[in-house]
Design a protein around this ligand. Sequence first.
Ligand SMILES: [Zn+2]
Length: 257
Amino acid sequence: MGFDRTTTPSRFFFSVPTLPAEEQLIVKELFNYFYEVVFHRKEGPSINGHSCEATRDQFSSAYYQANGGLTHVCPICLHRKSNAIKENDLEHYFPKAVYPPLILHPSNLIFICRDCNETYKGVCDALQGGKKPLDRVFRPYRDTVKERAEVAFRREANTDWVKLLAADGIADEQERIENFDLQYKLEKRWSSDIAGIFEQIRTLCAGWGLPKEETRKKLREKCEDLQALSGFPDKFVESAYMKWLCETMFDAFYDNL
Ligand SMILES: [Zn+2]
């Protein structure tokens, strides 16, 4: 099934609400059986005497092996999470209740943190039952926020706020990112993170006890070090924020040390 290349709703065959009720039930039960029972068995099904690697544990191991060092970080919110597989939720990006045929499609299964899955995403359907074309939604299994979005900041009433912008400035991409933010509330969550990040940077710079220009130079070096850590996606917001403080807000920042 090549669903991730389908761009028009009319070619997106996996939403079942348009089927007669009895047929919907059959489709849901069939795919649910494979997910709830077969996928969660200790061993994969045997075909022609060969055991298939098709269990949740095998899927998890393959995912974590393929993603190497990124296993500590939730691919949605980029928050650092435990590496214990059981503590991460296997998320159906397109909800299984609406798209049963995608219930075991590897492109629809992503390991995300519990906050993203339960507190924010819930059963939200980015495609609105197949009404939206696939190319109008952000697909986290294919496009990561870190690569597709740019974090911008603004200060209002002594509080700094995050805004997500399309990295390439394209309007369609901006719409995709805004829809994604409606699901996961990243701007709000990252805005509340940066108060703590600010305090860490402020304490660090105050500890140096250096004159203004030396502090600026040292902070800029620190910022470049952080930006070079591309293998640590959880540093994405921190390094963008440090850069903004360094290049745009430095005078006000230094005066408050
Ligand atoms: Zn998360």
